[in-house]
Each structure stands twice: as C-alpha cells, then as structure tokens.
Design a binder for this molecule. Structure first.
Ligand code: GLY
Length: 352
C-alpha cells in the first residue's frame, strides 16, 4: 500500500487503505460513527464505501446539500444539531465522504463539536484528493467570501481511493486539474509539462505527486506563515472571481478550478510585469488553461466588484492585497503588492 505520512496522520492510497481504517476503528473504540455525505455522494460513493467499513458500532449517515453555496455556518449548525440529537459524544468519529465542501465543512464541524472529535477524510473528487482533504485546513465561507471562518485541524487519516473519480463529471475532474497545474507552476514543473503535453497521463501518479508536494510544503509551514502561501498561487484573484460569480444571479457559477485557472493566467501576467517571469511562459500557461477550460468573458463593468472582493483575501494585511507571484516556473515570490491598474490589465490580458 502507498502511504504518505503527514504531520500527525497518514494519507493512504487505494483499496488497501480500508484495512487501515478498520484497524483504527478497532483501536479507538469509537462510540458512534457519523458519515457526512451530500445527495451525490450518498447515491454514488456511499455504496462503494460502505462494504469496506468493518465495525460493529452504530453508523449514522448525515446528508447535506451539495455545492459551495451551502458551505456555511448554517449548514454546520444543522449538522451539529443532528449529531447532538443522535447522541454524539466526544468518542464519536466523523467520516467525511465527498468533495472539498464536505471535507472542509466536515473537518470544521468535527473539530468544533465538543471542542473536537476525530475525523477521517475520504475525498471523492480530484480537487479534494489533491488539495482540500490534506493539510489540515478546515472551514466554511462567510456569505460569498471563501473560507473566512475556519481552523487548522488534522484528520486521523485520509483515504484516497481513485475509484470514486468514476462518480464525478468531466467538469469536476477539470476543476481538480487546476490545483495540479498550480503545484506544477510553483513547485514541480514536470507536473505542468505532463498536463501540457497531455500524453499517457496517469491520474494516480499525478494525484500521488500532488499530495507529496502538498505534504512537503505543509510539513515546513503548517500555519501558512511563509512557504505554504505558494499553495495560494492563482487563488488570490481566482477566489475573488469565484466569489463574484457565486454572488451574481445572472451568471452561472464557476467551479473552483475554473476560477483559479483564470487567476493563474492573470497572476502569471502580473509576474511578467513585476518580476522576471518570461512573457512566453505567460502565453504558454494561458494556452494550456484555454485548452482545458472554456474561455470566460470577464466584463469590464465587473472589474470593480471583483477588486472589491479581493479586499477580503485571507492573506491581506493592513488592507493590502498580497499576491504570490513567480520569477519563473518553480521560483516564487510571496507577499507581492500589485497596483489595481495592473490587476485590471491582467484580466484584460486574459480576455484577449
Ligand atoms: N489549499 C491551499 C492550502 O491548503 O494551503
């Protein structure tokens, strides 16, 4: 079995992982096992998961509505109420079975309930496998502002079983691919090149390498004081664009990956203007992004609303927006200040 050891917990890969889960269930002797799902994962992932769960304890399934729009405190309160009604106590375990919303929100619910119960992440989307389920960030959105409420809390274990990827849409896979591109641009350009060349892509290898990178970064800087900020490459502007589409009633929501792919193109452009990031690489990144994702037309009239949302980015200090930019592939610079005029110019560049 392949395993990556994170700071306090293992990330196990593929079917053999379930034996490890059974082992900790025996050792920890949990009182009740809660499984957090949404309407998709209860239908498509739960039937794949449940035959692997060896336990004589009570199992309770808690279902929430899917989608970023439900990643909020109201949903958490609903889940806390259900756990309470079902007799949850400090010896309960919460298993999160789903995408980034389920693993982020579930980890947050577990780590606040009675000051913290154990949880296990079982990501079912590419995005949650390569990013959200690993690294100890848990939390929810505040209105449309992404991940504003949350805390660092580590799961007991993460299980990455790529069989669940057969249950998700092509659009979801593409959403997760953006995070792999991010690891490629900031840390290991081989990952970016593999996606660019798009030949004999081995999804299991891409996931494993992505988790290795995420873990290496988080081990060095768990609380995002420094190096971990590179994992936000493309996310500073990307989150603002994602939030803007979430709050715009006349626009279809973007997936997280679609928004941060735009963010990465724009932030490469800013890098070329402020640092030495080569212009031809900006074009290369834009071409790769436009090969994978539909072009979105960012309207000029929307720029000011997007800039307004940028002011809420979690990396901001004293009202100043801080970007992670690139000197080159694998060569980053954190805490870069960028004038509004250049941010606008970068969106115009994306639009060209
Ligand atoms: N998703 C970025 C991080 O975990 O730091």
């Amino acid at each position: 079995m392949k395993t990556i050891q994170a700071v306090t917990y293992p990330v196990h890969f593929q079917k053999e992982s379930y034996q490890e889960l059974s082992n900790i269930l025996k050792i920890k002797n949990y009182s009740t096992i809660f499984i957090l799902v949404d309407e998709n994962t209860i239908e498509y992932c739960y039937p794949k998961f449940i035959p692997n769960l060896e336990t004589d304890k009570t199992i309770e399934v808690i279902e929430i509505d899917s989608g970023e729009i439900n990643k909020n405190l109201e949903t958490c309160i609903g889940v806390w109420n259900v756990i309470t009604e079902l007799g949850g106590d400090r010896k309960s375990l919460l298993i999160t079975l789903g995408g980034g919303v389920i693993t982020d929100l579930g980890g947050f619910v577990a780590s606040c309930f009675k000051r913290g119960i154990d949880f296990v992440n079982i990501p079912t989307t590419l995005l949650s496998m390569v990013d959200a389920s690993v690294g100890g960030k848990t939390g929810v959105d505040l209105g449309v502002l992404k991940n504003q409420i949350g805390l660092f809390a580590n799961p007991e274990m993460v299980i990455i079983d790529t069989d669940y990827l057969t249950t998700v849409t092509e659009r979801e896979i593409k959403s997760g691919t953006a995070e792999i591109i991010k690891y490629g641009l900031t840390y290991d350009v081989n990952l970016f090149n593999e996606i660019k060349d798009n030949k004999n892509l081995n999804i299991n290898d891409l996931i494993f390498r992505s988790v290795e990178i995420k873990n290496e970064v988080v081990l060095q800087d768990p609380k995002e004081k420094n190096l971990r900020k590179i994992l936000n490459f493309g996310h500073t502007l990307g989150h603002a664009i994602e939030s803007f589409y979430l709050e715009s009633e006349d626009k279809e929501n973007l997936t997280h990956g679609e928004a941060i792919a735009i963010g990465m193109v724009c932030e490469c452009y800013m890098s070329s203007k402020l640092l030495n990031f080569p212009k031809e690489k900006v074009i290369e990144v834009k071409n790769v992004v436009l090969t994978i994702y539909n072009k979105i037309n960012l309207l000029k009239v929307d720029f000011s609303a997007i800039l307004e949302l940028l002011k809420h980015d979690k990396k901001n200090v004293n009202g100043q927006v801080n970007f992670v930019l690139l000197n080159d592939y694998e060569d980053y610079k954190i805490d870069c200040k960028v004038d509004e005029s250049l941010i606008i110019e970068s969106m115009e560049f994306y639009n060209l």
